[in-house]
Design a protein around this ligand. Structure first.
Ligand SMILES: NC(=O)c1ccc[n+]([C@@H]2O[C@H](COP(=O)([O-])OP(=O)(O)OC[C@H]3O[C@@H](n4cnc5c(N)ncnc54)[C@H](OP(=O)(O)O)[C@@H]3O)[C@@H](O)[C@H]2O)c1
Length: 271
């Protein structure tokens, strides 16, 4: 189903390229994908690197597309929709990955009945390890929802919420989350260097530890607290670190970080 659909991206930046690469790796052929991107440097990079058609003209890109994927900054979404609304077939599925642009705000700028889906992905989609959460109205035809699922499944795990308001929490946790983990990786490596490890070794140990621990949570199905207890022997080194991390507020720092992102997402949704 997915491989015979034509997909038009509006915006060819970071997230669009993560999704694009995932779709090509999945088996969607390059001549089924078109991208509208105004930046001439990005235009050449996109066509050279991925072999897809790139244009600055949105009409040339969206006309005849089965799916239009909006991958521009949230503030530009209404302008883009006003520009393309009359060019879309009534069956064209519009997927937006823009944070904080509500379904109602999009519908205002589209023909009535245009199928719309909101998705919050994250950048590990670039290596097929993303996680996306979909929101669609209950009256969206099932094949359209399935198509959105297939597109996002090409680049990682997919979940769905039935309450649009939850997308702000998703943005705060998994959408913005990779940045938090990069900070953790950097800090762990700094910790290793402060203990005398050479930087390349510390960098490697930090990232491999994060990957290994994350895979163990995922694949064992155990709660993280159980796995933590398994590595904290009485009077040992790990419990000494755990106690210090609690005193330094590691958990509350992460909870507060996610909460700050959530508040910002809610604020943007109201604009
Ligand atoms: N990055 C993430 O981790 C992430 C995660 C989840 C969701 N998102 C969402 O994904 C969307 C894109 O984010 P991003 O990080 O990929 O941003 P980005 O790298 O800045 O990409 C946006 C692209 O759109 C182009 N553009 C600007 N105006 C346009 C127009 N009128 N028509 C077509 N293209 C236009 C920009 O070109 P110029 O560079 O010339 O302006 C840029 O190449 C955002 O709405 C964001 O909320 C991002």
């Amino acid at each position: 189903m997915l491989t015979n659909k034509t997909i038009a991206f509006i915006g060819g930046g970071n997230m669009a390229q993560a999704l694009l690469k995932g779709l090509l790796d999945f088996g969607v052929v390059a001549n089924k994908i078109k991208i509208c991107e105004p930046n001439s440097q990005k235009q050449s990079q996109l066509s050279q690197q991925y072999g897809v058609t790139v244009s600055a003209n949105s009409a040339a890109v969206v006309t005849g597309a089965d799916v239009v994927l909006l991958a521009v900054k949230p503030g530009i979404v209404p302008l883009v929709l006003q520009e393309i609304a009359s060019l879309l077939d009534k069956e064209t599925l519009v997927i937006s990955i823009a944070a904080g642009v509500s379904m109602a705000a999009m519908a205002q700028n589209l023909s009535s009945g245009q199928p719309i889906v909101r998705v919050m992905p994250n950048t590990p989609a670039l290596i097929g390890a993303g996680v996306s959460v979909i929101f669609a109205k209950q009256d969206l035809p099932k094949p359209k929802l399935e198509l959105a699922r297939q597109i996002m499944s090409a680049v990682g795990d997919v979940d769905e919420v039935v309450d649009e308001g939850l997308l702000d929490g998703v943005t705060a946790l998994s959408g913005s989350g990779p940045a938090y983990i990069y900070m953790v990786a950097e800090a762990l490596s700094d910790g290793g260097v402060s203990c005398g490890l050479p930087r390349p070794l510390a960098d490697k140990l930090a990232v491999k530890t994060l990957i290994g621990a994350a895979r163990l949570i995922d694949e064992s199905g155990e709660h993280p607290a159980v796995l933590k207890n398994q590595v904290t022997s009485p009077g040992g080194t790990t419990i000494a670190a755990v106690a210090q991390l609690e005193r330094s507020g590691l958990r509350s720092a992460l909870i507060d970080g996610v909460n700050a992102a959530w508040q910002r997402s809610v604020e943007l949704s109201k604009k």
